[in-house]
Design a protein around this ligand. Structure first.
Ligand code: F58
Length: 796
């Protein structure tokens, strides 16, 4: 590298790494060459970070997560290393389309939604803060499925991001562990030995994650599954080619697909195998690293903090005890103490159906030793603290197991943490009142403002300098500028430009023509009843009906945007998608309302699409039934990018409203306590419908075929659900939602007021940076804030 310019580095990679002549290079070739040149800039800080960590004998943080929803990496890496402008200039100079080149990168979707994206933001913040850390997960061959619409219905297709070379990773054939399953246990010389009868290799693939300013890089280490034996040559020579290849196929299955199910777990055995596979490999790697530097295993908690991202890596508790007790001979009680000293657990949901439980039968078969250790953990805990059990009705409750094995247990927003104490972990919290702490989620302002919204970021930087990028709480310095009409004009113009870009994209990609001066109203997230996309579409239907009644009324034109995938087996959610697309088809073709209302549902929502939509949003929909959304992180991204929120008092909405000010947030709906009380009211939905003719009419339109080519039954299921059981209280919250939405309309018609409110949202959202969240974890959970920023040691 040396003093080579970036352009030279790109050309050199094109020639020597890709073997391509510039005259014949494709967009793909240029993108890979640019990525390799960018990667080169990361390798030195990466090595320096590792060396500084060793030299300082620093504690390391290990983030164990089934999901890392990293998205594209190139642009973010160029921003953090500060070479974006140089790269653009190089391609402009060569007459090559820079935007097209960087948008050629596939979106790595190794996660389902918020939980996986949070893990990705955390990795970036850990590097920005210079905290020595590793992310550990699975290198899925197929990430989250690709979504397509066929006549309005969701169709899932396999995602194949690895068919192209993944330029960011380094394969580590030498970092591999054999991971066993099933088999038997026996006693030998006072120790329990587990002899599995099935095994696969876990092999490491490392991706460096560079922090802001390119000073520190941590590692995302993903495990790929390989067979222990490549080929059964005996079978092969006898002509049984399929049989000979079977061990390989079986092994690879483990890292083949990400489980897309948001509701229930299918293929239970395979999912449990995945969980054990990556957890066991990670723990062995962690112990190997510790033992290369230290000899006393009792010091492990001083040097190692492990975060279990939800219960998916919960088997880490018994596995670590097994490694310490069975394999290294620590007494059981000491092994328990050491394991607990290292482990912590984040809970991301209170939904009972999403709390993992494994049958004793399955656990006992796949992980016989672990099942026995879980019983021992359960016995030792209940001896000390009677009243709570980890095993119930022949099932292992992974939340309880994680809680018992953790030093700290955290929720992801203030409300969620309080509800955790009152509901799922009420008894355990009574026994261990110091264990539950809150760490409200955050998002990285590098990706979620600076990179995705360069226009607005530029306006901000022009006003207050670029200190906010590394310290988002500096965004409050914008407040005095809000009195300056010139600043507000630039702020609004940046949003307007983003809306124009998005409008063009809607036109060219989806064939929907929208007016960029309309209010862009956006709901993007997984499709789920508790998130209530059906409340949104019912309100949109009612709005359309009112607009048709009175097309010359004082309406605020709206473009209602949806994005999100439904779990393939979640039929109600898929019906909601079908309904939204069907309503869009009818409404978008209606000449009476064509200047007033459009509905757009781009397929295949992912990180890249979020980066496109969020900067162009005026109104962010955060409308879950109170008490159900643990935190939300999309809500933070929108506020940071100067969108207003219409939302309930749920998850982190509560804290967003506190920060941006109640007058800058459109609140509606019942509180969590009111939700519980309302469910007890007989026929609550019927009463709500009787009291609101607009809702009644919208529901009728679902039953009279308006959106179903005259078919009265197609959307009857949704209408009947909302009119009957309505567990998520769509009907009961409808009227207040309508009121808040019309208040938003009125505010939007006053551009000066709207501009002020949106700018205040940006100015006051700095607290929702994942840097703040990670500082909280580091000081309250991990005890891993480096004494003196290690970054300066690394840079020295
Ligand atoms: C999400 N959970 C929460 N789970 O719903 C959201 O409120 C929160 O902001 C976010 O975590 C981060 O804390 C979530 O994304 C999943 O995707 C699970 C994946 C595995 C199957 C069950 C759902």
């Amino acid at each position: 590298m040396g003093d080579q310019t970036l352009k030279d580095a790109i050309l050199s990679h094109l020639k020597y790494s890709l073997g391509k002549d510039a005259d014949h290079a494709t967009i793909y070739d240029w993108r890979v060459a640019l990525s390799l040149a960018t990667r080169d800039r990361i390798v030195d800080p990466w090595f320096q970070s590792t060396r500084a960590t060793y030299r300082a004998g620093a504690k390391r943080v290990y983030y164990l997560s089934m999901e890392f929803l990293i998205g594209r990496l190139l642009e973010d890496a160029m921003v953090n290393t500060g070479i974006l402008d140089e790269a653009k200039a190089a391609f402009d100079g060569m007459g090559l389309p820079f935007d097209k080149i960087i948008h050629d990168e596939p979106d790595a979707a190794l996660g389902n939604g918020g939980l996986g994206r949070l893990a990705a933001c955390f990795l970036e913040s850990l590097s920005t803060l210079g905290i020595p850390a590793y992310g550990y997960g699975i290198r899925y061959e197929h990430g989250l499925f690709r979504q397509r619409f066929d006549h309005g219905r969701q169709v899932e297709e396999p995602e194949d991001w690895l068919t192209q070379e993944h330029v960011w990773e380094f394969e580590r054939p030498e970092a591999a562990f054999e991971i066993g399953f099933a088999g038997e246990t026996f006693e030998n010389g006072g120790r329990t030995v587990w002899r599995p009868n099935e095994s696969v290799m876990a092999q490491a693939f490392d991706t460096p994650v560079i922090g802001w300013k390119g000073e520190w890089a941590n590692t995302l280490r993903l495990w790929g599954a390989l067979p222990t034996k490549v080929l059964d040559l005996g079978l092969f020579n006898r002509g049984d080619y399929a049989g000979a290849a079977e061990p390989e196929a079986l092994a690879r299955t483990i890292s083949r697909v990400l489980y897309p199910d948001d509701t229930t777990d299918e293929g239970k055995a395979l999912r449990l195998k995945q969980e054990y596979f990556f957890t066991a490999a990670s723990l062995r790697d962690i112990l190997r690293r510790f033992e290369s530097e230290h000899s006393d295993l009792r010091d492990l908690p001083k040097k190692v903090a492990i975060q279990m991202n939800d219960t998916h890596p919960a088997i880490a508790g018994p596995e670590l005890v097994r490694l310490l007790h069975d394999e290294r001979g620590l007494p059981f009680a000491d092994a328990m103490m050491v394991a607990r000293g290292c482990l912590n657990y984040t809970n991301h949901t209170l939904l009972p159906e999403a709390l993992e439980r494994w049958s004793e039968g399955l656990m006992g078969h796949l992980l016989p030793r672990h099942m026995r250790l879980i019983e021992m953990i359960n016995e030792s805990h209940s001896q000390q603290y009677p009243g709570v059990t980890i095993i119930e009705h022949d099932q292992v409750k992974m939340g309880e197991l994680s809680f018992v094995m953790a030093s700290k247990v955290n929720g992801v927003s203030a409300l969620h943490t309080e509800l955790m104490k009152e509901t799922v972990f009420k008894d355990l919290n009574g026994l261990h009142p110091e264990r539950i702490v809150n760490q409200t989620n955050g998002v990285t302002p590098r990706r979620w403002l600076k990179t995705c919204n360069p226009g607005l970021a530029g306006v901000v930087t022009q006003a207050i300098g670029d200190g906010w990028v590394g310290d988002a709480e500096k965004l409050v310095e914008l407040e005095p500028h809000i009195a300056d009409s010139g600043f507000l004009e630039r702020f609004t113009a940046a949003k307007r430009a983003n809306k124009e870009t998005l409008s063009n994209w809607f036109g060219t990609e989806l064939g929907v023509k929208v007016d960029p001066s309309a209010m862009f109203d956006v709901q993007i997230k997984r499709i789920h009843e508790y998130k209530r996309q059906h409340l949104n579409i019912l309100e949109t239907i009612a709005l359309w009906q009112e607009m048709r009644d009175n097309p010359n009324g004082d309406w605020t034109p709206r473009v209602v945007v949806f994005g999100g995938k439904a779990a393939p087996g979640y039929h109600f959610a898929k019906d909601i998608i079908y309904l939204i697309n069907s309503v869009a088809r009818v409404v978008n073709a209606d000449p009476i309302t064509s200047k007033l209302l459009k509905i757009v549902y781009p397929p295949n929502y992912n990180v890249t699409l979020a980066e496109r939509l969020i900067p162009a949003t005026d109104l962010s929909e955060q409308i879950s039934t109170a008490g159900k959304e643990a935190s939300g992180t999309g809500n933070m991204k929108f506020a940071l990018n100067g969108a207003m929120t219409v939302g309930t008092l749920d998850g982190a909405n509560v804290e967003i409203r506190e920060h941006v000010g109640a007058e800058n947030f459109f609140l509606f709906g019942m509180t969590a306590q009111e939700v519980w009380a309302r469910r007890e009211v007989e026929d609550h939905a019927g009463q709500a419908i009787a009291a609101d003719p607009k809702l009644a009419r919208a529901l009728d339109s679902l039953r009279n075929g308006t959106f179903a080519d005259g078919d009265h039954d197609r959307f009857r299921g949704i209408a009947d659900n909302v009119s009957g059981p309505d567990y998520f209280l769509v009907a009961s919250d409808f009227s207040d939602y309508w009121r808040a939405s019309r208040e938003a309309d009125a505010a939007f018609r006053d551009p000066a007021r709207w501009a002020r409110m949106t700018a205040l949202n940006t100015a006051r959202s700095g607290w929702f940076s994942s840097d703040r969240t990670i500082r909280g974890y580091a000081s309250e959970i991990w005890d891993a804030l480096p004494p003196k920023p290690l970054r300066s040691i690394a840079a020295a």
